[in-house]
Design a protein around this ligand. Structure first.
Ligand code: NAD
Length: 493
């Protein structure tokens, strides 16, 4: 069960490392996946000592209630190296320290390089890992990298080329932390583990699919980053298209990394590549204005720190993807995501088709001619985790009046709290060499192709921003988008 490895974390003083990686490593330590034979080198520009680094690490795991002994032992595996990514001699120091720790802890040459830094440094780092002989020949060398993977197809392809000059695809673990989330992983189980769903999972029975990733928060202090990315690149290119692929893919021959990847890539390839005209018909964008929610006032996006007063960056996207294959032809996959929406929530609604005839109509005088409510399968990803199914049942009493009933399953807070955090699962996957829950280059490339078309079309026109009040579910155009097909958003908080 114990895995021997050296983690080298580039950006070891950064927000991601402190908030996510150290607690996740500690959880793996508590579970015994990391025990005696592991070490962590944190590198970043700041001139920290090992002692100071260990104090920071201890501070970041305090919410996990370690005993003094656990804290001391865990932290003793951490080493700090002050490092400028552009300075070759720092890599020589890194090599010396890595080799020393390898021997000291019996790490068998197994190395995980975690790039928790801005992507512009990735190329330089991987080149130095190779040129300075840091890669081992005895164990494995795996590269874990964070989003964003490029800012369009061309930059992503260039970045990929730089990395692939050093690491083969099977050793590259591109993080999409949503793929580590329990309920995202559950999509496959709900589909492929239940005959009642998978046999209906196609355009004969499903009317439309809706994916919502809403955030109640605004841009906070990330204005600088967000002004470069916007909702389309921040959310749609990666997380949302990954979810579309999981929902749309064919049944893999086995639940293995390569079969799943193949099917996901095929699904992404089948997503229609829109012309500019089609983009304008099928995608809408928004930017939040000032607004009030639950008695609290919020400022407009363009008044947030580090955001241009006349910013044209979108904080909201809604759109319709079409998948041109046998299973999905004609079925809209609606997506929406945004900041400063009414409520934080990630959920998927699978809306099944109307029955051909409502035979109960004649019993319900007031509802004569009306359709029965549609069956809806909802998958709750966060903050609650679970799923529900809306069915029609008989209303108790005389006659055959119907009413919708909901079969509802939510994971208990206790189970959710004790379940592994996304980063913990992904780190363990990387230790096990299992890339199922990471993005393969072919997936990234397809996603950029799709998103670039939207971006290029939008860049040619000037949006009328701001166009939705903070605390709402986005601009009117996001509702009109569904209404013109006779659909509506199932989730309307
Ligand atoms: P951060 O700015 O907090 O940390 C950046 C780290 O890089 C710091 O440790 C800094 O010292 C180091 N660094 C910067 N320039 C350097 C140089 N020239 N030489 C050596 N070290 C240098 O950033 P972060 O929020 O931790 O994000 C890191 C990466 O993870 C980014 O690519 C980001 O997009 C991605 N990411 C972060 C989060 C998050 O929750 N923070 C979530 C998803 C993805």
């Amino acid at each position: 069960m114990e895995q021997a490895a050296l983690f080298t974390i580039f950006g070891g003083t950064g927000d991601l490392a402190q908030r996510k990686l150290y607690p996740s490593l500690f959880r793996l330590y508590k579970k015994g996946n990391l025990a005696e034979h592991f070490a962590v080198i944190g590198t970043a520009r700041r001139p920290w000592s090992d002692d100071h680094y260990r104090e920071i690490v201890c501070d970041k795991i305090k919410d996990l209630n370690p005993t003094d002994e656990e804290k001391k032992d865990f932290a003793s595996h951490f080493y700090y190296l002050s490092h400028d990514v552009n300075d070759t001699k720092h890599y020589d120091q890194l090599k010396d320290l890595s080799d020393k720790l390898d021997e000291q802890y019996g790490l068998q040459g197994n190395r995980i390089y975690y790039l928790a830094m801005a992507p512009q440094f990735f190329g330089t780092i991987v080149n130095h890992l190779k040129s300075q002989g840091i890669l081992t020949t005895t164990g494995y060398n795996r590269l874990v990298i964070e989003k964003p993977f490029g800012f369009d197809y061309d930059s992503a392809a260039e970045l990929n080329q730089q990395i692939r000059n050093v690491f083969p695809e099977e050793d590259i673990f591109r993080i999409d932390h949503y793929l580590g989330k329990e309920m995202i992983q559950n999509i496959s189980v709900i589909r492929f583990g239940n005959n009642i769903f998978e046999s209906l999972w196609n355009n004969r029975y499903i009317e439309n699919i809706q994916i919502t990733f809403s955030e109640a928060l605004g841009v906070e202090d990330r204005g600088g980053y967000y002004e470069q990315s916007g909702a389309l690149k921040d959310m749609v290119q990666n997380h949302i298209l990954q979810v579309v692929a999981l929902l749309a893919m064919e049944v893999p021959t086995s639940f293995s990394n390569s079969s799943i990847r193949q099917e996901k890539v095929k699904a992404l390839e089948a997503i229609r590549r829109y012309s500019s005209e089609e983009v304008l018909q099928n995608f809408v964008r928004g930017q939040y204005d000032a607004g009030t929610l639950d008695g609290k006032d919020f400022v407009a996006y363009h008044d947030e720190p580090k955001v241009a007063e006349d910013s044209l960056m979108e904080t909201f996207v809604a759109g319709k993807f079409l998948i041109d294959n046998f299973r999905w032809s004609g079925i809209p996959f609606y997506i929406r995501t945004g900041k400063r929406m009414t409520e934080k929530g990630t959920r998927i609604n699978i809306v099944f088709k109307q029955l051909p005839v409502n035979v109960f109509n004649f019993e319900q005088e007031e509802a004569k001619g009306a359709d029965l409510p549609q069956n809806i399968l909802t998958i709750y990803i966060q903050p609650t985790e679970g799923f529900s199914l809306t069915l029609n049942g008989k209303k108790i009493g005389q006659g055959f009046n119907t009413e919708p009933v909901k079969l509802d399953f939510r994971q208990s807070a206790e189970v959710t709290e004790n379940s592994p955090e996304a980063y913990e699962k992904l780190l363990l996957d990387a230790l096990n060499g299992d890339a199922t829950n990471f993005s393969h280059w072919d997936e990234v490339a397809n996603s950029w192709e799709i998103v670039d078309r939207i971006r290029h079309t939008w860049d040619k026109t000037t949006p009328g921003f701001p166009n939705y009040a903070a605390g709402t579910m986005g601009p009117q155009s996001a509702f009109d988008l569904l209404a013109k097909n006779g659909h509506e958003w199932t989730w309307q908080p």
